[in-house]
Design a protein around this ligand. Structure first.
Ligand code: IPM
Ligand code: MN
Length: 340
């Protein structure tokens, strides 16, 4: 396996080191190449993602990313110029974000019940495309638009992916989350697409929730969800909520997939660079390790993925919730469990 590694900023390098430790414990054949991208490269050289680097990244089987972002960089620069550029250039149309409440993990909900959902967030369209503009800037009559792009091609491929995942799960249930009562143009495209593709998956039961109501159910009855499919922006928001109810961002993993397999997919913890705790060795690497699990699964290494996920499940079920997290200790433990 040829793996490109982008440790990034803040706690990124710390959690990535532990992710690689666990990966090597189950997959000794990994050849990893580090790429220096992120805030410090931008500060030093003004470069975000040179085309030559992008071409090199394309030569890999997968990409592992820590975190991007630093308070010294004005907002939007790294997001658009690096993270979103990677997702768009590499056609990462599926942003896969599982949210499962592991045994031993405390949810902030009083009675969470069993939570095991798989959010399939669209990754290359929606309001993220940067289709908009400003008129009469800095006047009292300023007008700003941010147009959400939804194509039949883009919606169909992510909806199809969600059905394929749903049919392979025990509950075989898929919920479309949107706001079809207000966003009638895009909403109609999403609803019709779900209806059409559902004909090919008669075993999958389909539900629909408006995003506002869904947000409420994430808190009051998260157990109702199995696979979720939604657009880029709704998916961004509800996956943070899903992470919150399943133990927080320290456990939330993600995969940015080119499901066609043309480009390497990219795996990253949902959390950011957390500059406030960088260098103190207290960041939980579990989200990165679970992202490594998604990488292995995506590359067809189901056995190795199972070992990584089982190590995390065991570790979480036996952790002392009072004991402070030490990044390297968690990584050592997970590597020993997964490799042993
Ligand atoms: C995420 C992040 C990104 C997003 C930002 C940093 C561009 O919030 O990965 O969820 O909105 O997708
Ligand atoms: Mn987000």
């Amino acid at each position: 396996m040829r793996l490109a590694v982008i440790p990034g900023d803040g706690i990124g390098p710390e959690v990535v080191a532990e992710g690689l430790k666990v990966l090597r414990a189950v997959a000794p054949d990994v050849e990893s190449t580090p790429y220096d991208l992120g805030a410090s490269r931008w500060q030093r050289t003004g470069e975000l993602l040179p085309d030559t680097v992008l071409d090199e990244l394309r030569q890999h089987d997968g990409i592992l990313l820590g975190a991007i972002g630093d308070p010294s960089v004005p907002p939007g620069i790294l997001e658009r110029g690096l993270l979103l550029r990677l997702r768009f250039e590499l056609d990462h149309h599926v942003n896969l974000r599982p949210a499962r409440l592991f045994d031993g993990v405390r949810s902030p909900l009083a009675g969470p019940g069993a939570i095991d959902m798989l959010c399939v967030r669209e990754g290359t369209e929606g309001p993220y495309v940067g289709n908009g503009g400003v008129l009469r800037r800095d006047t009292p009559h300023e007008v700003a638009t941010e147009v959400s792009l939804n194509t039949a091609f883009g919606v169909e491929r992510v909806v199809r992916y969600a059905f394929e995942r749903a049919v392979a799960r025990p509950r075989k249930h898929l919920t479309l989350i949107h706001k079809t009562n207000v966003l009638t143009h895009a909403g109609s495209l999403w609803s019709r697409t779900v209806e059409e593709v559902s004909a090919e998956f008669p075993e999958v039961t389909v539900a629909y929730q408006h995003v506002d109501a869904a947000s409420m159910f994430f808190v009051t009855d998260p157990g109702r969800f199995d696979v979720i499919v939604t657009d880029n922006l709704f998916g961004d928001i509800v996956t943070d909520l899903a992470a919150a109810v399943t133990g927080g961002i320290g456990l939330a993993a993600s995969g940015n997939l080119d499901a066609s397999g043309t480009n390497p997919s990219m795996f990253e913890p949902v959390h950011g660079s957390a500059p406030d705790i960088a260098g103190t060795g207290v960041a939980d690497p579990t989200a990165t390790v679970l992202s490594v699990g998604l990488l292995l699964e995506h590359l067809g290494r189901a056995d190795q993925a199972r070992k990584v996920n089982a190590a995390v499940a065991f570790d979480l079920s036996t952790r002392d919730p009072q004991a402070p997290v030490r990044t390297q200790e968690v990584g050592d433990r997970l590597a020993a469990l997964a490799g042993g």
